[in-house]
Design a protein around this ligand. Structure first.
Ligand SMILES: [Zn+2]
Length: 179
């Protein structure tokens, strides 16, 4: 497969070998995999909702490892409808008793509003994403507070887990408690 210098496939659509490098890596991973039969509960009782950002390493940044936590990643680390469903399943079925909501610095979703992101997409590729809801907000503190309160006040979540709001700095690696 041809790669451009930044490792993006030269032809992103329809190539049957587009995932070959990843599947080859997986064979090596599986060759030394030794967690057969491990259960799927959160052993540290932790569920994290954070952004899809590639600079965030959720487990490592709080000293957790395999099997410890549930991780839900959404654009901006927002508590979306399906993130909320994950929290409900987590606290009732998967041993979750602490929920961390973690937006971060220099997040693409911290643009002024969705219209700005839609403009960025139009400028970058010419595509019309005007029908997509991104949930962008420049006021991350207010948005985080709203998301954390949504979980604390939810009848299926609030009495089963402690909920905290945190802000991750992608340049220092530090988490700060915001809510
Ligand atoms: Zn982000």
């Amino acid at each position: 497969m041809e790669h451009s210098p930044d490792h993006r496939p030269a032809h992103p659509e329809g190539l049957s070998d587009a995932f070959d490098d990843l599947l080859a890596n997986n064979k090596k991973f599986a060759a030394s995999f030794d967690q057969h039969g491990f259960d799927g509960i959160a052993h540290a009782g932790v569920l994290m909702i954070t952004c899809m950002d590639s600079r965030i390493v959720p487990l490592e940044m709080v000293g957790l490892t395999f099997g410890d936590a549930k991780i839900i990643r959404t654009p901006g680390g927002r508590v979306t409808t399906s993130a909320l469903a994950g929290c409900i399943a987590g606290v009732h079925l998967l041993n979750v008793n602490r929920i961390m909501v973690i937006p971060h610095s220099r997040c693409a979703m911290a643009a002024t509003d969705d219209d700005v992101i839609i403009d960025h997409i139009r400028n970058a590729s010419g595509a019309d994403a005007s029908w997509v809801r991104f949930g962008a907000s420049a006021d991350q503190r207010r948005t985080l507070h709203r998301d954390v309160e949504k979980l604390r006040n939810h009848p299926l979540v609030g009495n089963r887990a402690v909920v905290g709001g945190f802000y991750y700095d992608v340049d220092t690696g530090l988490l700060e408690r915001w809510d």
